[in-house]
Structure formats: structure tokens, C-alpha cells
Design a protein around this ligand. Structure first.
Ligand SMILES: NC(=O)c1ccc[n+]([C@@H]2O[C@H](COP(=O)([O-])OP(=O)(O)OC[C@H]3O[C@@H](n4cnc5c(N)ncnc54)[C@H](OP(=O)(O)O)[C@@H]3O)[C@@H](O)[C@H]2O)c1
Length: 336
């Protein structure tokens, strides 16, 4: 099979297209023929900073992907050869991710993809939607379903980002009133297309007043991508007993929390990262995202606020660079 690998940390030119032996499925494993690999910020960050370790002298990047089951190992029952699937956290704890024609994965990280969902959509689900799910379940509900957030208001910081887009779509499906922040008119249009009810440009006017005009008592939950620059806003617009779910550190790493505001409102700050997320929470996200998918509540593409950018496997370095530059939308690698 063709695969992209890197053997040392560094810029995108450490990525090499190579031929490797086809993987086989051991007990409890599934081999997937990848049609689309999804690229996320974590892929270039890991490549840039972390080289191979342990028994592996090379890494194939890529957590997200969609394709067709090529082989199943003993003990696998929920998918069979030829089934369309998407994969979850394919490179967590493993050296071989989705930037390859074939990947072998534990069965519980291989999820059926309905015929109604394209491979583009399947490859866009993993990291962004899992992150959004965890953020949205950091507050009053532990599981998402249609109606679970009815009556609640969610503020999605950065609604034109890939995770922001997923958070808008899932929160909207769950019945929340969704407010989001963006930095431009172009991004505002995308956030509206994703389903946000109210879009606030955080770089102009009075974002705090605009958000409180929608939610006078404050929002129930903030899905936060930039906690340092947004801390004052979050403290001002989150309601008593509300939650700020922090999944990234855009704009700064050192969060200094004014305790009086946080304690005074009985706020909950929750920090999340997929890499150490308990498996039961991974599986809860998989189940809820699958339900949203089955109900047609999850989409990709310009009309869903997430423009698609396709690259070939030979162009993975350019795909990583595009994500690193902050391209608007979803970067996908085509292998079919
Ligand atoms: N914890 C985890 O497990 C996890 C999982 C997935 C992603 N992440 C991290 O989450 C971040 C976003 O990922 P992504 O795939 O969504 O990236 P992305 O598509 O590039 O989106 C990033 C978004 O952040 C927004 N942003 C930056 N500063 C902001 C601010 N002060 N206020 C509001 N929005 C702001 C940007 O919007 P503007 O340009 O309009 O400011 C942009 O839309 C990355 O750092 C990624 O590594 C973490």
C-alpha cells in the first residue's frame, strides 16, 4: 500500500510517500481502505513537535478518515467486509493513522457510516465533532440527543473554525439557542450556514452587550477555543452555574483566572483534550454523533459553513501547511 510517513519531527517536508506492506487484522481489529483522510491542527502540531518513539521508527499521521472495511479480525461483529465506515482517533496510541491506503484499527474505533453520508462527511467527523461533543456535554447534560439542550443557550467561540462549526451543528441539533463569535463578515456567513441563531463579530462593537441582549441571564455554556483573550467576555456572559468548556489555547497559554468572578457565579471551567479522554466518553460521543448523522443533522461543505479543500496523498505536506496557515474549512485527502 501507499502511505505517508515521517521519521523525525519537523516542517511538512519531513513527510514522505512510501510503499509499505498491507496491514492485517488481528483479533478485535479492522482494516479499513481509506477513501478520505481528514486533516486537523493536531496532525501538523504532532508532526512538527513529536517524532517517533517506542518500537516505531516512523509515523503515519491522521486521526480522521472514512472508507470501506477491507478485513476484520476474529471477534469483530459490528462491521463486515465492504461496509462503509468512519474511524475515530486513529493515531492515538498508535503509529499508523489515516494518511495511507489502508489502516488497521481497534474495532471500537471503526464506526458504520450511513449510505446517506459521503466519505467527505465521514472523514470530517472524528476530531472536530468528538471535541464539540465533549465540550457540549461538559455542562448540564452528559449525552446529546435531539432536544437535550432545549431551553439552553450555548456560546460557541470561533464558529467558523472546524470545531466551532461542529459545535454549532451539534448544539443546534440538541435544541440549544446558539450564539457564536467570528472575526469577519465572511466567517459570519459560514457560521449562519452552520446553523447559528446569532452571530457576533468579536472584533468590533460590544460583543458582551450583543450576547447579553440574546441571553440576559447569561449563556449556559461556552465552547471556548481562545480562553486567554476571551476570559473577560466569558466571565461576563456566562450565567450563574454555567460552564466554560475549554478545548484549545488560541491566542495564549497562560490563563489567569480572577477568582472572585468565577467563584461568585458558581462557574465550572472544564478543560478537555481527546488524547486522554476516557474511552466511555469517546464511545458516548461516537453514539451521539452517529445519532445526529442518522437524523441528517450533520453536514459539511460551504452550505453547512464548512468549505471543503481536497488534496491528493502526494500533497499531504501542502494539506498540513494549509491547516497550519488557518485555512477556513475542512482539509481532506482523497485516496479513492
Ligand atoms: N482539545 C482537543 O482535543 C482539541 C481537539 C480539536 C482541536 N483542538 C484545537 O482547537 C483549535 C481549533 O481547531 P480547529 O480545527 O477548529 O481549527 P480552525 O478550523 O483553524 O479554527 C480555529 C478558529 O479559532 C478561532 N479563534 C481564534 N482566536 C479566537 C478568539 N479570540 N475568539 C474567537 N475565535 C477565535 C478562529 O476564528 P477567527 O479567525 O475568526 O478568530 C478560527 O475560526 C486548534 O488549536 C486545535 O489544535 C483541540
Amino acid at each position: 500500500m501507499k502511505a505517508v510517513v515521517f521519521s523525525e519531527a519537523g516542517p511538512s517536508d519531513v513527510l514522505r510517500l512510501v510503499e509499505r506492506a498491507d496491514p492485517s487484522a488481528g483479533p478485535g481489529e479492522v482494516v479499513v481502505r481509506i477513501a478520505r483522510s481528514g486533516v486537523n491542527p493536531t496532525d501538523w502540531k504532532l508532526r512538527a513537535a513529536v517524532g517517533p518513539s517506542g518500537p516505531h521508527d516512523e509515523i503515519t499521521p491522521g486521526h480522521d478518515g472514512a472508507g470501506v472495511v477491507e478485513a476484520v479480525g476474529p471477534g469483530v461483529g459490528h462491521v463486515g467486509v465492504g461496509d462503509r465506515v468512519w474511524v475515530v482517533l486513529a493515531q492515538v496510541g498508535r503509529a499508523y493513522g489515516t494518511a495511507a491506503e489502508l489502516t488497521v484499527q481497534p474495532a471500537n474505533h471503526v464506526v458504520p457510516l450511513p449510505d446517506t453520508a459521503s466519505f467527505d462527511l465521514g472523514a470530517a467527523l472524528g476530531v472536530p465533532f468528538m471535541t464539540a461533543h465533549r465540550a457540549l456535554t461538559s455542562g448540564s447534560v452528559s449525552r446529546l440527543e435531539s432536544g437535550a439542550l432545549t431551553g439552553q443557550t450555548v456560546l460557541v467561540a470561533g464558529g467558523a473554525g472546524a470545531v466551532g462549526n461542529a459545535a454549532i451543528q451539534l448544539a443546534r441539533w440538541a435544541g440549544a439557542t446558539v450564539i457564536t463569535t467570528v472575526s469577519s463578515a465572511e466567517k459570519a456567513a459560514l457560521a449562519r450556514a452552520a446553523g447559528a441563531h446569532h452571530v457576533v463579530n468579536y472584533r468590533e462593537g460590544d460583543p458582551q452587550a450583543e450576547i447579553l441582549a440574546v441571553a440576559p441571564a447569561g449563556v449556559d455554556l461556552v465552547a471556548e477555543v481562545a480562553p486567554v483573550p476571551n476570559l473577560a467576555l466569558d466571565l461576563a456572559v456566562t450565567r450563574v452555574h454555567g460552564t466554560v468548556a475549554v478545548y484549545a489555547r488560541e491566542g495564549g497559554d497562560d490563563l489567569v483566572l480572577p477568582m472572585q468572578s468565577a467563584i461568585g457565579k458558581n462557574l465550572r471551567f472544564e478543560f478537555l483534550v481527546l488524547y486522554t479522554l476516557a474511552e466511555k466518553l469517546v464511545q458516548a460521543a461516537v453514539a451521539d454523533i452517529s445519532a445526529a448523522l442518522a437524523e441528517g443533522a450533520v453536514r459539511v461543505g460551504e452550505s453547512a459553513g464548512l468549505p471543503l479543500h481536497h488534496y491528493g496523498l502526494t500533497e499531504l505536506a501542502q494539506a498540513h501547511d494549509a491547516v497550519e496557515r488557518g485555512i477556513i474549512g475542512k482539509v481532506l485527502v482523497e485516496l479513492d
